[in-house]
Design a protein around this ligand. Structure first.
Ligand SMILES: [Ca+2]
Ligand SMILES: [Ca+2]
Length: 359
């Protein structure tokens, strides 16, 4: 399918999906009354906002990130036990989320209900603070993403595959999201919390590093067989074994000029550059695929945090020389992945792309 067809399809879907807004929520699972992380804490999803405390044995209505009623509940009625353990490595907000949790002893499901129809990413924290050998398998039926095994020694920061699992889900017809927790090995298994991230609907993602990007001359693979799986919706694989993402925030309003971009799942503590192009191309470049053609702009240099995430803070309109409403540009994050470690050895890689039409 050509990229133009994809955009047409996206426009049709956007029109069809108008109505209830998709919700994002942060949930700390613990015994009742225990403190939750500060609202400045973004966790593995890089999503700051109000954290809800959810107890085992009951269904808990959740506030949204701004503290208003969301209509979303987490139903932990099938999860009977909770416990706390002061892991020596965790401190601060990580500790508040991870050191108190549900003690899951048999295969158990819990449900997230009340989500408006739309696309979401569900982050499930399933890390045992008391024993690095305890592994929890996390699966969501209907997700394109597989069952993921979570556990290990505290890695110093929230880490995909060690402290949490990540699943893309489509909510259709108000169906609940059912998360299945099963044993990943010997010992008990664990649920520390959940983050539900609504895909913004702002902009149109394109140019995934999964072999499907086609700018008109046929599909393009990543440069050294470092494609990511179809459905992961990431750039080409970097040295950590997955691809990076680019997520717009704020709005596409030229006048408000509050558009931001968050680079996610990239390389911790490295430098990244938000780049803007004017046309769609598909050229294997460095360890990734360059998807934006001339004229291009270097919009903003940002430094990735300890989780490999960072958000722009400057004016996209000014830094990108955006001339006015009605203009369309294409964006990618270009980040360092030090040479000799990166899959193709070039020392840098790209997120997938995002198309923005300013209004
Ligand atoms: Ca601790
Ligand atoms: Ca917790």
């Amino acid at each position: 399918m050509s990229i133009k067809h994809l955009f047409s399809l996206a426009s049709i879907l956007t029109i069809g999906a108008s109505g209830a807004h998709a919700q994002s929520v942060n949930i700390d699972v613990s015994a009742a009354g225990l403190p939750v992380p500060a609202s400045t804490y973004g966790g593995g999803a890089a999503q700051p906002g109000v954290w809800n405390q959810a107890s085992v044995g009951v269904s808990t209505p959740c506030l949204d990130l701004a503290g208003a009623a969301s209509g979303v509940s987490i139903d932990l009625s099938l999860v009977p036990f909770s416990f706390s353990f002061n892991n020596a490595g965790t401190t601060g907000d990580d500790e508040l989320l991870m050191d108190d949790c549900a003690d899951v002893q048999v295969p158990t499901s819990f449900a997230i209900t009340g989500l408006a129809d739309g696309k979401y990413t569900v982050i499930t924290y399933a890390w045992a603070p008391d024993n690095a050998t305890y592994l929890t398998n996390v699966g969501i039926a209907g997700s394109v993403d597989p069952v993921q095994s979570v556990g290990g020694a505290w890695p110093g920061a929230q880490t995909l595959g060690v402290t949490y699992a990540s699943h893309h889900v489509d909510v259709v017809g108000g169906s609940p999201v059912v998360v299945d927790l099963t044993s990943g090995g010997p010992g008990f298994y664990t649920l520390n919390g959940v983050q539900v991230v609504a895909e913004s609907g702002l902009g149109t993602p394109f140019c995934y590093g999964d072999g499907t990007m086609d700018a008109g001359a046929g599909p393009v693979d990543c440069p050294c067989s470092n494609n990511t799986p179809v459905g992961d919706n990431q750039g080409c694989k970097h040295s950590l074994g997955w691809g990076a993402t680019l997520t717009p925030g704020g709005s596409a309003s030229f006048v408000a000029d509050d558009l931001t971009f968050t680079i996610g799942l990239a390389i911790p503590n490295q430098t990244a550059l938000l780049v803007q192009g004017s046309t769609i191309i598909a050229t294997p470049f460095k360890d990734g695929i360059l998807c934006m053609g001339n004229p291009t702009e270097r919009v903003e240099v940002i430094t990735l945090d300890a989780q490999g995430n960072a958000t722009t803070t400057g004016s996209i309109v000014n830094n990108g020389n955006v001339p006015g409403p009605g203009t369309t540009f294409y964006y990618q994050g270009w980040f360092r992945n030090p040479g000799g470690v990166s899959p193709c050895g070039t020392g840098s890689n790209f997120t997938h792309g995002v198309e923005i039409t300013f209004i």
